[in-house]
Design a protein around this ligand. Structure first.
Ligand code: SF4
Length: 323
């Protein structure tokens, strides 16, 4: 089956089956940009409320550029990978300093901080109709199954093959942005990691895995090992303010706030154990034990509503609320 026929099938399927997502309404480059950055490493359902809140507060690039970084991080808090928010903010400032107009091509987007291969292709094709392929995990899985490739999901060769395959489909499509979204949507809803609903797939018949064992591809990757981390934190509250410190630049959540850690060997007398929380970040499994410091004099106290908290910080303060 030729690329034009496959593209037409995919577009017809996408027109019928696409999910109604907030970033698919009122498409403009800024909205596509924000959604694509939020969706990296985060599930669609988790992104939805953050996206809507963000758009209400920062409706365009100018509003984002003039905001303080702390506020930007506060609106991001909960999505993780805070570097993405900082890069978005830096890129917005750069765009506004250069006149306020967002780039119109993939190459132009690629020059902005935090905008890589994937994001630039997604924005250029969805917002400007540029015929460039977008390759995410979904598209790689589809390519591995459609072409029956014996490659692992993290193999760079699979990325190249997927790019080539999607590239042929995208140039044959009248709407490149929709074609890219159709591939990603198909991978997210029909040809998923744990199921392949070939009966309802527009590629059935042309796909080399039809009737075979689609779930065997792509080949499994070697999983990186988790690291277990144990931490202890000092929690204190006085007159609505709490004891918080800003996380180091070199840490997991640079610039965010959380209760200070207790150092190994630090005196714990007078402190009351409050409980333990678990938190997962960047391949680390954290078990953090909280100690209440009832003798805190309030010095250096912070209003927790006014600073961006880390995910771990929020969980720890939850213990304080329940105490
Ligand atoms: S036909 Fe089956 S294996 Fe092939 S892409 Fe569609 S769902 Fe996946």
């Amino acid at each position: 089956m030729d690329s034009a026929t496959l593209s037409a099938r995919l577009l017809a399927w996408y027109a019928r089956r696409r999910r109604d997502l907030p970033w698919r309404r009122d498409v403009n480059p800024y909205r596509v940009w924000i959604s694509e950055v939020m969706l990296q490493q985060t599930r669609v359902e988790a992104v939805r409320p953050f996206y809507e809140r963000w758009l209400a507060r920062f409706p365009d690039v100018a509003a984002l550029a003039v905001a303080e970084e702390e506020e930007v991080l506060r609106y991001w808090a909960g999505l993780g990978y805070y570097r993405r928010a900082r890069m978005l903010h830096a890129a917005a400032r750069r765009v506004v300093a250069a006149g306020g107009e967002l780039p119109r091509s993939r190459a132009g987007w690629r020059e902005l901080p935090g905008v890589g291969e994937y994001t630039s292709a997604a924005i250029a094709s969805i917002a400007f109709g540029e015929a460039v392929p977008v390759v995410d995990g979904n598209v790689k899985r589809l390519a591995a199954r459609f072409l029956a490739l014996e490659l692992a999901a993290d193999d760079r060769a699979l990325h190249r093959k997927a790019e080539e395959w999607a590239g042929q489909l995208v140039v044959a499509a009248p709407a490149p942005g929709d074609l890219n979204q159709a591939l990603m949507e198909l991978g997210a809803t029909v040809c998923t990691p744990r199921a392949a609903d070939c009966e309802h797939c527009p590629l059935v018949g042309a796909c080399a895995s039809t009737g075979g064992d689609p779930l065997a591809r792509p080949l499994p990757t070697r999983r990186p090992r988790w690291r277990e981390v144990r931490l202890e934190h000092r929690l204190a509250r006085r007159d609505g303010r709490v004891l918080l410190v800003q996380c180091r630049e070199s840490g997991w959540t640079p610039g965010l706030w959380e209760p200070p850690r207790l150092a190994v060997g630090e005196d714990r007398s007078g402190l009351i154990p409050l409980g333990t929380v678990r938190h997962v970040i960047s391949r680390h499994r954290i078990e953090a034990t909280a100690f209440l410091d009832p003798g805190w004099d309030g010095s250096g106290g912070v209003d927790p509503e006014r600073v961006p908290l880390s995910g771990l910080g929020r969980k720890l303060l939850g213990l304080l609320d329940r105490a």
